[in-house]
Design a protein around this ligand. Structure first.
Ligand code: NAD
Length: 340
């Protein structure tokens, strides 16, 4: 039995976490959940958005599933999500984007994976106003050779392991000659070690246009932190929106699984959020724990419910939506049918 740290999170977090736990338990994956609060609830209870005992629990269990966490705006708090990734050195942010039958999108059969560097550059929190009048501000984005090497090497190894053919390295080295330059140079130096994988590079602005024009030309995409964040939301949009986009934050010893979306305060507490992204993040997690058949069963059950279209939340069917838990129950009903 694996023990997993479970952080319900803020906003819609508790609703979608309840749904994800119910589906994982229905798939009969033996997991003991260790519940901990972080974010706004932890701030109220412990005066700290990321209490040390939460980090200790994740370090001990090595695997965590978390709902979205809200960062209080304008009050000097650093993002809890960024802090978690930095503290646990979760240098890979893996965000798959795969088309679902039954969801109306301009493109079908999209199957992409965005790998985003998760600890460096503009998310390192090195920023300040240049004077007391706040007349200008400066954010420093540091890109290291070692940080670039570990994410780009991960991208090549991931492509090889998953039977994928191409890695597209996205950068802005024509303008960001030093930071973008290092990222591109490292990719070019690693590529000859992976002769079975095609490597190409694209400048971020062209990449965005190419993704919209024809996403099927891409396979594995790897980029620096900010570009990777934006690209992965773009890819989520290509397959039908944030309600269907899971993510994993992976380090050398710890992995943390979550939805790409945030805490959605506009719909929190209404039991209408789409639980699929977190359920699919749960599937990524149980595959990581060695339960590939159960993970596949869950992924197929989600796909079947989305395709059927009768038991989906408002983001997928505004005319006749069901609630968060009703969608989770429909997924559970399909679990056994989704075998094989
Ligand atoms: P958001 O992703 O929370 O919401 C964007 C839009 O998508 C909203 O209209 C929301 O209702 C909708 N949406 C999101 N998830 C949905 C779901 N499961 N089902 C249906 N609709 C869904 O982004 P935001 O509003 O920019 O951010 C809100 C808060 O979330 C902020 O405090 C932000 O810092 C935080 N956030 C956290 C994470 C994380 O924990 N990893 C990620 C992004 C944002």
């Amino acid at each position: 039995m694996d023990t997993v740290t479970l952080i319900p999170g803020d906003g819609i977090g508790p609703e979608i976490t309840r749904a994800a736990v119910k589906v994982i338990e229905a798939a009969k994956v033996p997991i003991e959940w260790e519940y901990h609060e972080a974010g706004i609830k932890a701030l109220e209870q412990y005066k700290d958005t990321l209490p040390p005992h939460v980090l200790e629990s994740i370090r001990r269990n090595k695997v965590a599933l978390k709902g979205p966490l809200m960062t209080p705006v304008g009050s000097g708090f650093r993002s809890v999500n960024v802090a978690l990734r930095k503290e646990l050195d979760l240098f890979v942010n893996l965000r798959p984007a795969r088309s679902f039958e039954g969801v109306k999108t301009p493109w079908q059969n999209v199957d992409l994976v965005v790998l985003r560097e998760n600890t460096e550059e503009f998310y390192a929190g090195i920023e300040h106003y240049i004077d007391t009048a706040k007349s200008a501000a400066e954010t420093i984005g540091i890109v290291t050779r070692s940080g670039s090497e570990r994410i780009i090497r991960y991208a090549f190894e991931y492509a090889r392991r998953e039977g994928r053919k191409k890695v597209t390295v996205v950068h802005k080295a024509n303008i960001l000659k030093f930071t973008g330059g290092i990222f591109l140079e490292v990719a070019q130096s690693l590529a000859p070690g992976f002769p079975d994988i095609t490597m190409e590079d694209k400048i971020i602005d062209n990449m965005c246009m190419q993704l919209v024009l024809n996403p099927r030309q891409f396979d594995v995409i790897v980029s620096t932190n900010l570009f990777g964040d934006i690209l992965s939301d773009l890819c989520s949009g290509l397959i039908g929106g944030l309600g269907l986009a899971p993510g994993a934050n992976i380090g050398s010893s710890v992995s943390l699984f979550e939805a790409v979306h945030g805490s959605a305060p506009d719909i929190a507490g209404k039991n209408i959020a789409n639980p699929s992204a977190l359920i699919l993040a749960g599937a990524l997690m149980i595959r990581h724990l060695g339960h590939a058949p159960a993970a596949q069963k869950i992924e197929r059950a989600v796909a079947a419910v989305v395709k059927d279209g009768r038991s989906v939340t408002f983001d997928l069917c505004p005319q006749k939506p069901v609630s968060t838990m009703e969608m989770a129950d429909a997924i559970i009903e399909k679990l056994d049918l989704a075998r094989g």
